[in-house]
Design a binder for this molecule. Sequence first.
Ligand SMILES: [Mg+2]
Length: 326
Amino acid sequence: MAGLSPDWKSNPLTPVDDRRAGALWGLAIGDALGAAVEFRAPGSFEPVTGYRAGGPHGLNAGEWTDDTSLALALADSLGEAGWDLNDQVRRYVAWWRHGEYSVNGRCFDIGNTTVSSLSRFEQTGDAYHSAVRSEWACGNGSIMRLAPVPIRYVDLFPDRIEELARLAAESSLTTHANPQCLSACRYMAVVLAALMHGLARDEVLAPDWDILRRLRASEPLHPAVDEVAAGSFRERRPPEIQGVGYVVRSLEAALWAFSRAADFREAVLAAVNLGDDADTTGAVCGQFAGAFWGWSGIPQEWRDGLARSDMIETALRKLGVRSPGR
Ligand SMILES: [Mg+2]
């Protein structure tokens, strides 16, 4: 399947690049759309239709939260240091302590698991062993920032998906070492890379996708994650579908929104209008939707209205992508 490998270095405006850019733009836009209704119960707010000021962090319309900050830190690390987990976490600490990679120079919306893991890293300097390992620490904090990994390593698909999955799991290990988090990142990275290559959504999300079978054969997915990969998001609907912080429900909600949508707009609005952890459900769904419909499939008013989009552009350049149309 060598024909799928993109030659993005010499031809940076191929459709593959459009989709790689779309994954990171989609992450940030989903985050920004959801930020205004984070922590709100489903059905308790006027449905989101576009950027809106307010929310628990008092943001301006189009501003994004920790999901995007951590993705930008991860992208920066991949671009500057290659694959170096300690460097990844040092950049997360720079966000936490000094507000680097933030839309407004402040660290806000940081998750409990992330705080605990970064605190321990400051003491040990060992990103492989500093993450919280409690069985309860299974939040969505590593899937929400994942896109830079499949963007940077997209050419590991399809021949070396085991390696792509391993990198995705390691990217989670730094803060979210729970097996469900690692497994969710393995599955999600392979799906994102496939979508960036232009594979059909129904093929990629099918429970018997041949690539998924290979992934399971290399190392079984955690049963709770595999239930999602096997299509739980097609059988359920709200209120069973929940945009909450638990990584499995979060992934399921994002796939529910993505799999049934006609376009990028419909996907991310369905995700954020689940309320609760709306910014992160939006960020996870936005990665899938952006990887599938591409940068060019994102409504222009959302691209234009995104705060500090220069930071997204910088991160993409470091990942070897130039945003199409700019
Ligand atoms: Mg957030």
